[in-house]
Ligand binder design. Structure first.
Ligand SMILES: CC(C)(COP(=O)(O)OP(=O)(O)OC[C@H]1O[C@@H](n2cnc3c(N)ncnc32)[C@H](O)[C@@H]1OP(=O)(O)O)[C@@H](O)C(=O)NCCC(=O)NCCS
Length: 176
């Protein structure tokens, strides 16, 4: 098993995190929209200033996964976003982003970061996690389903001006 270190992001991580966020988004979803919409999404979401603000935001928890000091994956929990109506039940939190370096996909390491996200949400008193995932991302959907998420609804996700059909998925955290 690859030794994975998981920690909370700090201000000094903003620049590296920004680069990896952009790289891994384009690697996973760059084929799914035209270049202008992909570039617009990257510019709007991934910048050192934006990441510094998210890292400093008490309603966002950014968890980093590292191997030998190198960033290989990250996730973000959002505690102040409004859950879609299809998410029922008390005390939800959003799993906002969850990405690993492409070279590590299929190696089983992503599960460890997801468990850390479950614990972090549970420690904040949240009882369920919800997320959006593109309906044409079978690997991610399978990953979430095998870790207890179920499809509960649909949503539209904007990549620039490109409207993507997403699933809303939810998982109870009563026994994280
Ligand atoms: C989502 C992600 C973190 C999952 O990590 P991972 O290492 O790929 O996860 P796993 O290998 O544990 O699980 C993936 C599952 O999908 C399956 N899978 C892979 N490709 C598939 C495909 N084309 N169709 C259906 N299932 C597929 C795998 O076989 C595996 O299922 P199994 O364990 O039952 O065999 C990783 O794929 C990733 O970073 N993807 C790009 C970013 C992304 O899409 N994030 C989610 C945004 S909502």
């Amino acid at each position: 098993m690859t030794p994975l270190q998981i920690r909370h992001a700090a201000a000094a991580d903003a620049a590296t995190l920004t680069r990896r966020m952009a790289d891994w988004f384009v690697a996973a979803y760059g084929h799914a929209s035209d270049a202008a919409n992909t570039a617009a999404f990257v510019a709007a979401n991934f910048s050192p200033a934006r990441q510094a603000a998210e890292i400093a935001d008490p309603d966002v928890v950014t968890l980093l996964a590292e191997i030998g000091g190198s960033l290989v994956g990250y996730t973000q929990l959002r505690f102040a976003t409004r859950a879609p109506d299809s998410v029922t039940g008390a005390d939800p939190a959003e799993l906002g982003r969850f990405y690993f370096a492409p070279a590590l996909h299929g190696r089983g390491v992503a599960a460890e970061l997801l468990q850390a996200a479950f614990r972090a949400a549970h420690e904040r008193g949240r009882r369920r996690l919800w997320l959006l995932v593109w309906q044409e991302a079978p690997q991610a959907i399978r990953f979430y389903e095998k870790h207890g998420f179920a499809k509960v609804g649909t949503a539209v996700f904007l990549v620039g001006e490109d409207r993507k059909a997403d699933w809303v998925m939810c998982k109870p955290l009563d026994s994280p």
